[in-house]
Design a protein around this ligand. Sequence first.
Ligand SMILES: Nc1ncnc2c1ncn2[C@@H]1O[C@H](COP(=O)(O)OP(=O)(O)OP(=O)(O)O)[C@@H](O)[C@H]1O
Length: 351
Amino acid sequence: MTSRQGTAGVSARPETASDGEEVRDGDAPAAIAVEGLTKRFGSGDDAVTAVDDVSVRIEPGSVVGLLGPNGAGKTTTIKSILGMVVPDAGRVRIQGIDVAEDPRQAYAHVDAMLEGARNDYWRLTVRENLRYFATIGGVAPDSVADRHDRLLDQFDLAEKADVPVRNLSRGMKQKVSLASVLASDADVVFLDEPTLGLDVESSLTLRRELRRIVEERGLTAVISSHDMDVIEAVCDRVIIMNDGRIVADDTVANLRQGFETSAFRLTSPDLDADTLAAVRDRFDVTDVTSRDGTTTVEVATDSDGFYELAALLRERSVTLTSVATVEPDLEDVFVELTGEGKTGRTGGGSR
Ligand SMILES: Nc1ncnc2c1ncn2[C@@H]1O[C@H](COP(=O)(O)OP(=O)(O)OP(=O)(O)O)[C@@H](O)[C@H]1O
């Protein structure tokens, strides 16, 4: 099975949602509504509950990041929503249509890139791939030729347009897959690890093009990634999963605010080894760097702790040249919620 979703030919959107969806006059149904989704693999002692009673509602036009450590259940959740995995329990509706009742119509406006380069037909050229996927998505390829040209240009693939995909590097193949999803007419797209294997420039292009399409066409996107930078840059909302459950669901700003793990960064030319040892003795020192006779130390503590620290330094006649609070980033929130170590900021993933 290819990872591409998209069923040609069905374009009607429902006027009202199917059974059970609370719709008031004029309200659009959720782009994606998941209720009580549960998926177990195996049995007996080897049973794994990959997704454990997950419910989520994603509004049209939002870009949602799905984060979690390896094995958290992200891919199984996405595959269940896409009908590639049959859940043990739960209900999934896309634009108000129950995927179990009417998969053809539910998936008519959905596209996905799940395993990067594996989506492409390797014997076809880059442009033939884009045209082929437009066709199976129910779109006349000529009508989106401009989009294809723009994306080939943006992803630096224009010179490779007539080259069979099998002759491209892995990163280029990934870009062809992304271009074909971004050029599609889908209202809802799923991107699993979209930046894996991309160079920095292409990763920036992806962010820019995705935001542009969201603003122009009101696209709804779900992005599963270990790349916190891309999630922070493009997502309105972040869902963090751990052990098959949702452990956080909020905007990046709110998540960061809720995790104001106070930390302070102090710089001084007088922080000698003896003083540093005394600081370490009483405080949680998270980082120390020295350069050109100046030492910068990061200490995780609340404001009361900070006053104690300042008093300790005063007693030792340490002059501080700067004091700053350290803002938590999305990665700090992730580490706090999942107990996972830092993932690295390079977009590395598990596959
Ligand atoms: N086909 C399968 N058969 C058995 N177990 C599976 C299968 N697919 C997933 N699992 C298990 O379900 C759990 C969730 O896996 P899943 O791939 O959904 O996590 P993930 O968050 O996407 O992880 P990753 O970041 O590593 O891709 C893991 O324990 C995994 O080993």
